[in-house]
Design a protein around this ligand. Structure first.
Ligand code: UD1
Ligand code: MG
Length: 451
């Protein structure tokens, strides 16, 4: 039986360099809060308990953590006295937990669960503590991993406290640790703050452990996973790294993209094989695309499910709650919100469909509008299978158009239409012979008189 696991996510730092009213860990990468990346990593690692350490100065972070993880999942660090002090803040919350603990940062979204999984495997094989290290292109500012000659760590020295020889070390501390719970808190209780920053360093548990006969082993990961977000520039860098990763994964999964560098993904975008994504498409959170679908240029999608072999765009907008069955066709300048389209239904041009159910094979003409909102409530429009909605029809909800019915172009439909009927709801055409000719003659005569 593998040991049960818990996670401690450190998120009590100040994040002042973000220049933001929003706490740093609630800024988003790939449409998901930085903190939620760490929470998702803990979940992917099967952590039975996850504790978020947050600051009383940023109550939104605690509220967010509780909302995601439930009551008791947030521990407050009242003063930011260092990473070791922050981990100790989670001690009471994990009282009685018997197993391994992983320490993650709330501002480091790109760490892959499989990288941390390798740390648990290392601990299972070797015992002791495990730290995640990386070779930094520029190690300035990072803690350095000082290796012993037995392949385990002697200590971690912070950049500020390091001498020239230690600063020449390229292998750095990511901050991610795996340790057995009781050992972790025993070692932390011995950490002191006699260092350059006057803080309680988590990293000191390495040397303290070694004196107590507990070795620390190192798993080396890619620097690209360790990017911590402290400023907007780093938020943009993390976003770019995430997008590169998501594009590569989609290509590997059999998605065709003509210009992948112009397609934007969210953390949960799910695209089937043989879909084709044209340039400049944006996927907000909650999008799934069936295989063989074609998403044409400049379309914006969020919170929607697109069936197999659908054709969307160019310039289409699919908003939350849009659900399209197979072979639906949505053309340019069509907006869909909270609406279902049955198989083969179409809205090819200039249409708004909100709060509606469109039957299979129904055809919405250019300029069809559902009038779904009366300023207070939203109302539903239901269009039957195979119905044909004439161009420039306004459907004043709540309203139903029966299967196979037609509406005349330019109609304002306010009452239900029976199946297979034609409903025309507009002024009748009246032609006055010669009117235009007489009008022009009168106007030209007036102009002549004036000049
Ligand atoms: C830390 C490590 C350093 C490592 C680097 C990697 C220590 C002493 N140093 O340094 O070895 O190379 O991360 O990025 O551990 N936090 C709290 N409460 C605190 C202090 C920090 O919750 O009192 C949280 C922060 O919000 C952040 C994380 O801990 O998520 C790391 O803190 P930070 O101040 O960035 O540590 P570094 O000095 O960068
Ligand atoms: Mg840092």
């Amino acid at each position: 039986m593998p040991s049960p696991r818990a996670a401690i996510i450190l998120a009590a730092g100040q994040g002042t360099r973000m220049q933001s009213r929003l706490p740093k860990v609630l800024h988003k990468v790939g449409g998901r809060a930085l903190l939620d990346w760490a929470i998702a990593a803990a979940a992917a690692l099967d952590c039975a308990r996850t504790i978020v350490v947050s600051s009383p100065a940023a109550p939104e972070v605690g509220a967010h953590g509780e909302q995601r993880l439930g009551a008791g999942a947030v521990a407050l660090q009242h003063e930011a006295k260092g990473t070791g002090h922050a981990v100790l803040a989670a001690k009471a919350a994990l009282d009685g937990f018997d197993g391994d603990v992983v320490i993650l940062y709330g501002d480091t979204p790109l760490i892959r669960p499989q990288t941390v999984e390798a740390m648990f495997a290392m601990r299972a094989a070797q015992g002791g503590l495990v730290v995640l290290g990386f070779e930094a292109a520029d190690p300035t500012g990072y803690g350095r991993l000082v290796m012993g000659d037995d392949d385990s760590l002697l200590r971690i020295v912070e950049h500020r406290d390091a001498d020239a020889a230690e600063r020449a070390i390229g292998l750095c501390n990511s901050g991610v640790f795996v340790a057995e719970r009781a050992t972790l808190f025993n070692l932390l209780s011995m950490v002191r703050n006699d260092n350059a920053k006057g803080e309680y360093y988590l990293t000191d548990i390495v040397a303290l452990g070694r004196s107590a006969g507990i070795k620390t082993h190192v798993v080396v990961g890619a620097e690209s996973e360790m990017l911590g977000v402290n400023a907007r520039s780093e938020l943009a860098e993390a976003e770019a790294a995430f997008q590169a990763r998501a594009r590569a994964a989609a290509l590997d999964a059999g998605v065709t993209m003509l210009a992948p560098e112009t397609v934007y993904f969210s953390f949960d975008t799910n695209i089937g094989a043989d879909a084709v994504i044209e340039p400049n498409v944006f996927f907000g959170p909650g999008v799934s695309i069936g295989s063989g679908a074609h998403i044409k240029a400049f379309s914006h999608l969020e919170g929607c499910a697109i069936g197999e072999a659908c054709a969307i765009g160019p310039f289409a907008r699919l908003r939350p709650g849009a659900k399209l069955e197979r072979k639906v066709k949505i053309g340019n300048f069509v907006e869909i919100k909270n609406a279902t389209f049955g198989e083969g239904a179409q809205a090819s041009h200039l249409t708004y469909v909100g709060d509606a159910d469109i039957g299979a094979r129904a055809n919405l003409g250019a300029g069809t509008i559902t009038c779904n909102y009366d300023g207070f409530d939203k109302h539903r429009t239901v269009i039957g299978e195979g119905a044909f909605i004439g161009s420039d029809t306004a459907l004043v909800a709540p309203v139903r158009v029966g299967a196979g019915a037609y509406t005349g172009s330019g109609s304002v439909i306010t009452k239900d239409v029976a199946p297979d009927a034609l409903s025309v709801a507009r002024g009748r055409q009246r032609d006055i012979d010669g009117w235009a000719k007489a009008f022009r003659a009168r106007k030209l005569a007036e102009r002549e008189k004036k000049s």
